[in-house]
Design a protein around this ligand. Structure first.
Ligand code: OSB
Ligand code: MG
Length: 399
């Protein structure tokens, strides 16, 4: 593993020679797996999650250290990546390809790793750490480097599937009391219309949406159409995780706006979905699309076509959450995101300060350089179950 790193580093230094002040040399990468237990199990149509296996990337460029998070789940049930596939792909392909390389900007990262197909979440973990480095190096908050301008972002929450409608209604009430602007209900066959009806009856004016995580098929179109009567903001990803065209057929039958999540892996997918009318809203997740560079492209395409976007979540630790906050400041993020307070998920988050939400249901965007939250190294060490490092070598003499 290290040997490969040294080889690539040597090639890169021979090519580039000396490092100009404004450039970034990728000097070291540390990949860690940490274990974190969610305060409560989170149930979606694809399963229940409580114990998270999260990969953190710490990347050093010109003495500055930046952080990124891999948002893959433990199992390949949301998309095809897992914590383990990301460990493999970063260790064996991504880290060796970028260690020792010198680049002008973090936005060049996708070109360096274009030979690795797929594995967007693995790539995003590394690319986003580089964005944090670049922002710190330039002395600007990450949101500004990305081109964002919001000082405050509007927050929504995503609620896991509950045993019965009454339990869901009680949870919605709690979140509305905390000031959250939009409540998303996870649904699956058998736990859909009656759950939504109960919540709508209790909160006639609340902004509500549902997320099926691909649990339905076109044959369920009439069942999904029954959701039209509840005035939902959107129905998220009802059909196959990798099928855009069927969503277009479904959207034509529904009054409620469809929002795509799983189906949109990059800006080309977004363009296709918009062109065929598969959705009227898009959920952008940094991991799913491969990092800030591609996320911004998805955002731009949506803006051009008047498609509102919002920032999705993947039960992230504070590092991923901080990146989500920065991205959410871009102008097209006009709908509340699934970016909520650290304390909703974690007893103790790995960043300082933790992410807090105001009584108005917003997050104040930090103004300090880089991510704006610091990694709690000691706590991260305690939570780490494995780690691997790559270091750039000095140029090796050639004969
Ligand atoms: O589809 O948005 C999703 C969590 C895990 C996998 C997929 C999804 C989710 C969520 C949680 O909805 C959002 C959050 O992190 O708060
Ligand atoms: Mg979703």
């Amino acid at each position: 593993m290290l040997a490969a790193g040294f080889k690539v580093a040597a090639q890169a230094s021979n090519l580039k020679g000396s490092v100009d002040g404004s450039r970034m040399k990728i000097e070291a990468i540390t990949l860690r797996e940490i274990r974190m237990r969610l305060k409560a199990p989170f149930e979606t149509s694809f399963g229940v999650t409580q114990d998270r296996r999260i990969l953190l990337v710490e990347l050093t460029a010109d003495g500055v250290s930046g952080w990124g998070e891999v948002t893959a789940m433990e199992t390949p049930s949301y998309n095809s990546e897992t914590t383990e596939t990301a460990w493999h792909v970063i260790s064996d392909f991504i880290a060796p390809s970028v260690i020792g390389r010198t680049i002008d900007r973090a936005s060049e990262f996708p070109i360096l790793t274009a030979h690795v197909r797929g594995h967007q979440m693995a790539k995003a973990g590394v690319e986003n750490a580089l964005w944090d480095c670049e922002a710190q190096q330039k002395g600007v908050p990450l949101y500004q480097l990305l081109g964002g301008s919001r000082k405050e972002i509007v927050c929504g929450v995503s609620l896991g599937i509950r045993d019965n409608p009454a339990a869901l209604v009680a949870k919605v009430e709690e979140e509305l009391d905390d000031g959250y602007h939009r409540i998303k209900l996870k649904i699956k066959p058998g736990k859909d219309v009656e759950f939504v009806r109960a919540v709508r009856r209790s909160f006639p004016k609340a902004v509500l949406s549902v997320d099926a995580n691909s649990a339905y098929r076109m044959e369920d179109a009439m069942l999904l159409k029954r959701l039209d009567e509840f005035g939902l903001l959107m129905i998220e990803q009802p059909l196959y995780w990798d099928e855009i065209h069927e969503h277009a057929r479904l959207q034509a039958l529904l009054e409620t706006d469809l929002c795509l999540d799983e189906c949109i892996d990059n800006s080309r997918d977004a363009a296709t979905a918009i062109e065929v009318g598969a959705c009227r809203i898009i959920n952008i997740k940094l991991g799913r699309v491969g990092g800030h560079t591609e996320a911004r492209r998805v955002h731009d395409i949506c803006s051009t076509h008047g498609i509102p976007v919002w920032c999705g979540g993947m039960l992230e630790s504070g590092i991923g959450r901080a990146h989500n906050i920065a991205m959410s400041t871009l102008p097209g993020f006009t709908l509340p995101g699934d970016v909520s307070a650290s304390r909703r998920y974690w007893c103790e988050d790995i960043i300082e300060p933790e992410v807090t939400v105001t009584a108005q249901g917003t997050i104040q965007v930090p103004e300090s350089p880089g991510l704006g939250y610091s990694a709690r190294s000691k706590l991260i060490d305690q939570l780490t179950v494995r780690a691997s490092s790559w270091k750039a070598s000095l140029a090796l003499p050639t004969c």
